[in-house]
Design a protein around this ligand. Sequence first.
Ligand SMILES: Nc1nc2c(ncn2[C@@H]2O[C@H](COP(=O)(O)OP(=O)(O)OP(=O)(O)O)[C@@H](O)[C@H]2O)c(=O)[nH]1
Ligand SMILES: [Mg+2]
Ligand SMILES: [Zn+2]
Length: 280
Amino acid sequence: MESEGGDIIRCATRRKLPRTVCGDRVLWVASNPREGIITRVLDRATTLVRPDHNGRPRPVAANMDQIVVVIASKPSFEYGMLDRYLAAAELIGVTPAIVVNKSDLLDADSHGRLDDRLSLYRAIGYAVLFTSTLSTDGMKDLYAALKGHTSILVGQSGVGKSSLVKTLLPDLDIRVGNLSQVTGLGRHTTTVATLYHLPDGGDLIDSPGVRDFTLCNVEPEQLERGFREFAPYLGQCRFHNCRHVSEPGCAVADAARNGDIAPQRLENYRALVASMKAQT
Ligand SMILES: Nc1nc2c(ncn2[C@@H]2O[C@H](COP(=O)(O)OP(=O)(O)OP(=O)(O)O)[C@@H](O)[C@H]2O)c(=O)[nH]1
Ligand SMILES: [Mg+2]
Ligand SMILES: [Zn+2]
Protein backbone atom coordinates (compact mmCIF):
# COMPACT_ATOMS: atom_id res chain seq x y z
CA MET A 1 0.00 0.00 0.00
CA GLU A 2 1.25 3.51 -0.78
CA SER A 3 0.53 6.38 1.61
CA GLU A 4 -0.36 9.88 0.46
CA GLY A 5 3.22 10.86 1.10
CA GLY A 6 4.43 8.15 -1.25
CA ASP A 7 5.71 5.71 1.38
CA ILE A 8 5.20 2.02 0.71
CA ILE A 9 3.68 0.41 3.77
CA ARG A 10 3.08 -3.27 4.30
CA CYS A 11 -0.53 -3.69 5.26
CA ALA A 12 -2.69 -6.44 6.55
CA THR A 13 -6.37 -6.28 5.71
CA ARG A 14 -9.13 -6.43 8.25
CA ARG A 15 -11.17 -9.55 7.85
CA LYS A 16 -14.50 -9.22 6.06
CA LEU A 17 -13.11 -6.49 3.81
CA PRO A 18 -13.28 -7.12 0.09
CA ARG A 19 -10.03 -8.27 -1.45
CA THR A 20 -8.09 -5.21 -2.59
CA VAL A 21 -6.89 -4.86 -6.16
CA CYS A 22 -4.38 -2.67 -7.93
CA GLY A 23 -5.62 0.92 -8.02
CA ASP A 24 -7.85 0.62 -4.97
CA ARG A 25 -8.01 3.53 -2.57
CA VAL A 26 -8.10 2.50 1.06
CA LEU A 27 -8.28 3.86 4.59
CA TRP A 28 -5.66 2.50 6.94
CA VAL A 29 -4.17 2.88 10.40
CA ALA A 30 -0.53 2.49 11.33
CA SER A 31 0.25 -0.49 13.52
CA ASN A 32 4.05 -0.46 13.52
CA PRO A 33 6.51 1.79 11.73
CA ARG A 34 6.07 0.91 8.06
CA GLU A 35 3.24 -1.46 8.84
CA GLY A 36 -0.46 -0.86 8.89
CA ILE A 37 -3.92 -2.29 8.72
CA ILE A 38 -6.37 -1.51 5.94
CA THR A 39 -9.69 -0.65 7.54
CA ARG A 40 -11.76 0.23 4.53
CA VAL A 41 -11.68 -0.11 0.76
CA LEU A 42 -13.23 3.01 -0.77
CA ASP A 43 -15.88 2.63 -3.46
CA ARG A 44 -14.38 1.95 -6.86
CA ALA A 45 -15.22 4.43 -9.62
CA THR A 46 -14.43 1.76 -12.22
CA THR A 47 -13.38 -1.88 -12.05
CA LEU A 48 -11.97 -4.08 -14.79
CA VAL A 49 -13.11 -7.64 -14.23
CA ARG A 50 -12.04 -10.77 -16.00
CA PRO A 51 -12.61 -14.45 -15.40
CA ASP A 52 -10.10 -16.38 -13.30
CA HIS A 53 -8.98 -19.91 -14.18
CA ASN A 54 -12.31 -21.27 -13.02
CA GLY A 55 -14.33 -18.75 -14.97
CA ARG A 56 -15.31 -16.76 -11.89
CA PRO A 57 -15.28 -12.96 -12.26
CA ARG A 58 -12.23 -11.49 -10.59
CA PRO A 59 -11.36 -7.78 -10.45
CA VAL A 60 -7.98 -7.01 -11.99
CA ALA A 61 -7.66 -3.31 -11.22
CA ALA A 62 -9.78 -0.39 -10.11
CA ASN A 63 -10.23 3.33 -10.59
CA MET A 64 -8.74 3.63 -14.06
CA ASP A 65 -10.18 6.11 -16.55
CA GLN A 66 -8.49 4.68 -19.62
CA ILE A 67 -8.03 1.15 -20.94
CA VAL A 68 -5.22 0.78 -23.43
CA VAL A 69 -5.63 -2.37 -25.47
CA VAL A 70 -2.18 -3.39 -26.66
CA ILE A 71 -1.85 -5.60 -29.70
CA ALA A 72 1.34 -6.64 -31.44
CA SER A 73 1.94 -5.83 -35.09
CA LYS A 74 2.93 -9.48 -35.51
CA PRO A 75 1.45 -12.02 -35.35
CA SER A 76 -1.59 -10.34 -36.82
CA PHE A 77 -4.35 -9.43 -34.39
CA GLU A 78 -7.88 -10.78 -34.35
CA TYR A 79 -10.84 -8.48 -34.16
CA GLY A 80 -12.61 -10.65 -31.59
CA MET A 81 -10.50 -9.97 -28.54
CA LEU A 82 -10.01 -6.31 -29.44
CA ASP A 83 -13.76 -5.77 -29.66
CA ARG A 84 -14.35 -7.61 -26.39
CA TYR A 85 -11.92 -5.31 -24.62
CA LEU A 86 -13.42 -2.24 -26.27
CA ALA A 87 -16.92 -3.34 -25.28
CA ALA A 88 -15.78 -3.99 -21.70
CA ALA A 89 -14.28 -0.50 -21.55
CA GLU A 90 -17.46 1.12 -22.89
CA LEU A 91 -19.66 -0.84 -20.48
CA ILE A 92 -17.66 0.23 -17.42
CA GLY A 93 -17.53 3.82 -18.64
CA VAL A 94 -13.82 4.02 -19.40
CA THR A 95 -12.26 5.46 -22.54
CA PRO A 96 -10.42 2.86 -24.56
CA ALA A 97 -7.39 3.41 -26.78
CA ILE A 98 -5.62 0.99 -29.09
CA VAL A 99 -1.84 0.60 -29.22
CA VAL A 100 -0.17 -1.45 -31.92
CA ASN A 101 3.26 -2.28 -30.50
CA LYS A 102 6.28 -3.80 -32.26
CA SER A 103 5.78 -1.50 -35.23
CA ASP A 104 9.47 -2.06 -35.98
CA LEU A 105 8.48 -5.49 -37.35
CA LEU A 106 6.35 -3.93 -40.10
CA ASP A 107 7.52 -2.90 -43.53
CA ALA A 108 5.71 0.00 -45.20
CA ASP A 109 3.24 -2.30 -46.97
CA SER A 110 2.21 -4.31 -43.95
CA HIS A 111 2.06 -1.13 -41.86
CA GLY A 112 -0.39 0.29 -44.38
CA ARG A 113 -2.50 -2.87 -44.42
CA LEU A 114 -2.69 -3.02 -40.64
CA ASP A 115 -3.52 0.66 -40.48
CA ASP A 116 -6.38 -0.01 -42.93
CA ARG A 117 -7.70 -2.88 -40.82
CA LEU A 118 -7.76 -0.53 -37.84
CA SER A 119 -9.18 2.50 -39.62
CA LEU A 120 -12.71 1.45 -38.66
CA TYR A 121 -11.78 2.14 -35.03
CA ARG A 122 -10.41 5.58 -35.83
CA ALA A 123 -13.65 6.29 -37.66
CA ILE A 124 -15.64 5.77 -34.45
CA GLY A 125 -13.34 7.96 -32.42
CA TYR A 126 -10.87 5.58 -30.82
CA ALA A 127 -7.22 6.60 -30.73
CA VAL A 128 -4.98 4.14 -32.58
CA LEU A 129 -1.24 4.50 -31.96
CA PHE A 130 1.66 2.57 -33.44
CA THR A 131 4.59 2.12 -31.04
CA SER A 132 7.91 0.39 -30.85
CA THR A 133 9.95 -0.02 -27.71
CA LEU A 134 12.94 -0.83 -29.92
CA SER A 135 12.91 2.16 -32.28
CA THR A 136 10.90 4.24 -29.71
CA ASP A 137 8.60 5.30 -32.56
CA GLY A 138 5.29 6.54 -31.21
CA MET A 139 6.42 6.55 -27.59
CA LYS A 140 6.02 10.33 -27.27
CA ASP A 141 2.45 10.13 -28.53
CA LEU A 142 1.73 7.29 -26.14
CA TYR A 143 3.12 9.27 -23.23
CA ALA A 144 0.98 12.25 -24.21
CA ALA A 145 -2.10 10.02 -24.29
CA LEU A 146 -1.34 8.61 -20.83
CA LYS A 147 -0.34 11.81 -19.08
CA GLY A 148 -2.83 12.88 -16.43
CA HIS A 149 -4.86 9.66 -16.71
CA THR A 150 -4.99 6.46 -14.77
CA SER A 151 -4.58 3.91 -17.52
CA ILE A 152 -4.30 0.16 -17.60
CA LEU A 153 -2.42 -1.72 -20.29
CA VAL A 154 -4.23 -4.90 -21.28
CA GLY A 155 -3.76 -7.49 -23.99
CA GLN A 156 -2.29 -10.86 -24.78
CA SER A 157 0.87 -12.09 -23.15
CA GLY A 158 4.00 -11.09 -25.02
CA VAL A 159 2.63 -8.07 -26.90
CA GLY A 160 5.02 -5.84 -24.94
CA LYS A 161 2.96 -4.19 -22.19
CA SER A 162 5.76 -4.33 -19.61
CA SER A 163 8.26 -3.25 -22.26
CA LEU A 164 6.15 -0.16 -22.92
CA VAL A 165 6.13 0.69 -19.20
CA LYS A 166 9.86 0.11 -19.03
CA THR A 167 10.47 2.35 -22.03
CA LEU A 168 8.27 5.10 -20.57
CA LEU A 169 9.86 4.74 -17.12
CA PRO A 170 13.44 3.68 -17.80
CA ASP A 171 14.57 4.13 -14.19
CA LEU A 172 12.36 1.34 -12.94
CA ASP A 173 13.48 -2.25 -12.69
CA ILE A 174 10.69 -3.87 -14.65
CA ARG A 175 11.15 -7.34 -15.96
CA VAL A 176 10.06 -8.17 -19.46
CA GLY A 177 9.62 -11.43 -21.23
CA ASN A 178 13.12 -12.06 -22.51
CA LEU A 179 14.03 -15.71 -22.55
CA SER A 180 17.13 -16.46 -20.58
CA GLN A 181 20.00 -16.75 -23.06
CA VAL A 182 21.53 -19.59 -21.09
CA THR A 183 18.64 -21.84 -20.19
CA GLY A 184 15.85 -20.68 -22.46
CA LEU A 185 13.68 -20.67 -19.36
CA GLY A 186 12.38 -18.00 -17.04
CA ARG A 187 10.15 -15.91 -19.20
CA HIS A 188 9.32 -12.85 -17.10
CA THR A 189 5.68 -12.81 -17.74
CA THR A 190 3.76 -10.36 -15.57
CA THR A 191 1.77 -12.12 -12.84
CA VAL A 192 0.11 -9.29 -10.91
CA ALA A 193 -1.19 -5.89 -11.91
CA THR A 194 1.18 -3.12 -10.78
CA LEU A 195 0.63 0.63 -10.71
CA TYR A 196 3.39 3.06 -11.68
CA HIS A 197 3.35 6.84 -11.33
CA LEU A 198 4.12 8.90 -14.41
CA PRO A 199 6.54 11.77 -13.85
CA ASP A 200 4.16 14.54 -14.98
CA GLY A 201 1.02 13.20 -13.36
CA GLY A 202 -1.08 10.17 -14.04
CA ASP A 203 -0.65 6.51 -13.32
CA LEU A 204 -0.05 3.51 -15.50
CA ILE A 205 -1.08 0.00 -14.53
CA ASP A 206 0.71 -2.97 -16.09
CA SER A 207 -1.46 -6.08 -16.08
CA PRO A 208 -0.76 -9.76 -16.66
CA GLY A 209 -1.34 -10.85 -20.23
CA VAL A 210 -4.18 -13.17 -21.10
CA ARG A 211 -4.57 -15.75 -23.81
CA ASP A 212 -8.12 -14.63 -24.30
CA PHE A 213 -10.39 -12.05 -22.74
CA THR A 214 -14.05 -12.73 -22.14
CA LEU A 215 -16.64 -10.42 -20.75
CA CYS A 216 -17.90 -11.07 -17.23
CA ASN A 217 -21.20 -9.99 -15.72
CA VAL A 218 -22.54 -8.79 -19.07
CA GLU A 219 -25.91 -9.93 -20.37
CA PRO A 220 -26.45 -10.25 -24.15
CA GLU A 221 -28.99 -7.40 -24.01
CA GLN A 222 -26.37 -5.03 -22.58
CA LEU A 223 -23.82 -5.78 -25.26
CA GLU A 224 -25.20 -3.28 -27.80
CA ARG A 225 -24.01 -0.48 -25.52
CA GLY A 226 -20.47 -1.84 -25.74
CA PHE A 227 -20.39 -0.88 -29.44
CA ARG A 228 -20.42 2.89 -29.31
CA GLU A 229 -21.31 3.53 -32.95
CA PHE A 230 -24.57 1.57 -32.52
CA ALA A 231 -25.87 4.21 -30.10
CA PRO A 232 -27.74 6.43 -32.62
CA TYR A 233 -29.69 3.40 -33.88
CA LEU A 234 -30.66 1.83 -30.58
CA GLY A 235 -34.39 2.07 -30.01
CA GLN A 236 -35.01 2.50 -33.75
CA CYS A 237 -35.47 -1.18 -34.59
CA ARG A 238 -38.92 -2.59 -35.35
CA PHE A 239 -38.80 -4.77 -32.24
CA HIS A 240 -38.03 -3.03 -28.98
CA ASN A 241 -36.04 -6.03 -27.80
CA CYS A 242 -34.16 -6.43 -31.09
CA ARG A 243 -30.75 -8.04 -30.54
CA HIS A 244 -29.61 -6.97 -34.04
CA VAL A 245 -28.88 -10.55 -35.03
CA SER A 246 -31.41 -11.59 -37.68
CA GLU A 247 -34.58 -9.69 -36.77
CA PRO A 248 -36.47 -7.91 -39.57
CA GLY A 249 -36.52 -4.11 -39.49
CA CYS A 250 -33.24 -3.85 -37.59
CA ALA A 251 -31.90 -0.28 -37.68
CA VAL A 252 -28.40 -1.42 -36.75
CA ALA A 253 -28.32 -3.93 -39.61
CA ASP A 254 -29.64 -1.23 -41.98
CA ALA A 255 -26.86 1.11 -40.86
CA ALA A 256 -24.29 -1.59 -41.54
CA ARG A 257 -25.78 -2.15 -45.00
CA ASN A 258 -25.58 1.58 -45.71
CA GLY A 259 -22.00 1.71 -44.54
CA ASP A 260 -22.79 3.91 -41.52
CA ILE A 261 -21.61 1.08 -39.27
CA ALA A 262 -18.63 -1.04 -40.29
CA PRO A 263 -20.05 -4.46 -41.26
CA GLN A 264 -17.05 -6.03 -39.56
CA ARG A 265 -18.13 -4.56 -36.22
CA LEU A 266 -21.68 -5.85 -36.58
CA GLU A 267 -20.23 -9.25 -37.44
CA ASN A 268 -18.04 -9.14 -34.33
CA TYR A 269 -20.98 -8.07 -32.21
CA ARG A 270 -23.09 -10.94 -33.52
CA ALA A 271 -20.33 -13.46 -32.90
CA LEU A 272 -20.11 -12.18 -29.34
CA VAL A 273 -23.87 -12.48 -28.79
CA ALA A 274 -23.75 -16.03 -30.15
CA SER A 275 -20.88 -16.99 -27.85
CA MET A 276 -22.71 -15.56 -24.83
CA LYS A 277 -25.84 -17.52 -25.70
CA ALA A 278 -23.75 -20.67 -26.03
CA GLN A 279 -22.46 -20.19 -22.49
CA THR A 280 -25.84 -19.97 -20.81
N1 LIG B 1 10.41 -6.28 -31.96
C1 LIG B 1 9.88 -5.80 -30.83
N2 LIG B 1 9.84 -6.59 -29.72
C2 LIG B 1 9.31 -6.06 -28.59
C3 LIG B 1 8.78 -4.75 -28.53
N3 LIG B 1 8.31 -4.52 -27.29
C4 LIG B 1 8.51 -5.67 -26.60
N4 LIG B 1 9.12 -6.61 -27.37
C5 LIG B 1 9.49 -7.98 -26.95
O1 LIG B 1 8.31 -8.73 -26.70
C6 LIG B 1 8.54 -9.69 -25.67
C7 LIG B 1 7.46 -9.61 -24.62
O2 LIG B 1 7.51 -8.37 -23.96
P1 LIG B 1 6.78 -8.08 -22.57
O3 LIG B 1 6.92 -6.61 -22.36
O4 LIG B 1 7.25 -8.96 -21.49
O5 LIG B 1 5.29 -8.47 -22.92
P2 LIG B 1 4.01 -8.37 -21.96
O6 LIG B 1 2.88 -7.90 -22.80
O7 LIG B 1 4.32 -7.58 -20.74
O8 LIG B 1 3.77 -9.92 -21.59
P3 LIG B 1 3.03 -10.48 -20.27
O9 LIG B 1 3.63 -9.86 -19.08
O10 LIG B 1 3.23 -11.97 -20.35
O11 LIG B 1 1.58 -10.13 -20.44
C8 LIG B 1 9.93 -9.37 -25.12
O12 LIG B 1 10.84 -10.30 -25.64
C9 LIG B 1 10.22 -7.97 -25.62
O13 LIG B 1 11.60 -7.74 -25.79
C10 LIG B 1 8.88 -3.94 -29.72
O14 LIG B 1 8.45 -2.77 -29.79
N5 LIG B 1 9.42 -4.52 -30.83
MG1 LIG C 1 4.27 -8.05 -18.79
ZN1 LIG D 1 -31.86 -4.22 -34.26
